[in-house]
Design a protein around this ligand. Structure first.
Ligand SMILES: C[S@@+](CC[C@H](N)C(=O)[O-])C[C@H]1O[C@@H](n2cnc3c(N)ncnc32)[C@H](O)[C@@H]1O
Length: 197
């Protein structure tokens, strides 16, 4: 992440939750129930932001599992910690997940509303599979909307992030990088791709 991207998210952090109208409990539950999450799993929430997924993931994996939440924006991460810092099965790390070593090995890595902010997705996926994902584990790219909604928001906010392609196009791109990729759902409400080695 560049300093201007960090500043961008630090500035958005105080009002993130009140503006995050798409991630309703109904929609988050509907997305998470389509993922292969089981009790006892270890889940990595990359770009956790203010931690919108944390209470849901924490509950799904239970006390036998854990959730590691990562973000480089201190503004975002401090809100996530304030809200969910007392959950026993959740850990927080401030680091650049595309540049720095990520501690731990996981069943599932989730990028929720994060993919367009990646600088080198193919390389990041390769490293995640090599260093942080158990055999048979997967990476999930998910959004609580379609790509048009995301691209409009980024345009309005003058974000430096990249354009998000439609799910079937992104899945083809990812397959071209040598991974298995499957579109689980692509509607106005949900965009989910699961990537395997
Ligand atoms: C659009 S926000 C989404 C936050 C949260 N997942 C949600 O849906 O509310 C993207 C988040 O990813 C973080 N992020 C993006 N690239 C990152 C990187 N390379 N390392 C760590 N955090 C990153 C940003 O700081 C930001 O908090």
């Amino acid at each position: 992440m560049t300093q201007s991207e960090i500043d961008f998210f630090d500035n958005l952090a105080p009002t993130w939750d009140e503006n995050e109208v798409r991630s309703t409990p109904v929609r988050i539950n509907s997305i998470l129930e389509k993922l292969p999450i089981k009790e006892g799993m270890h889940i990595l929430d990359l770009g956790t932001g203010t931690g919108v997924l944390i209470p849901y993931l924490s509950k799904l994996v239970g006390t036998a599992g854990n959730v590691v939440a990562i973000d480089l924006s201190e503004g975002m991460l401090s809100i996530a910690k304030r809200k969910y810092g007392d959950l026993k099965n959740v850990e927080f790390h401030k680091l650049d997940f595309e540049e720095e070593e990520i501690p731990g090995v996981y069943d599932i890595v989730i990028l929720y509303s994060v993919y367009p902010h990646l600088h080198s997705p193919a390389q990041t996926f390769e490293w995640l599979f090599k260093m942080n994902i158990k055999p048979g584990g997967c990476i999930v790219i998910a959004f609580p909307s379609d790509e048009k909604f995301i691209n409009n928001i980024h345009h309005e906010r003058k974000s430096e992030s990249d354009h998000l392609p439609p799910a079937h196009i992104l899945a083809e791109m990812i397959a071209g990088w040598g991974f298995q990729s499957e579109v689980i759902v692509a509607t106005e409400e949900e965009y989910i791709i699961i990537i395997r080695e």
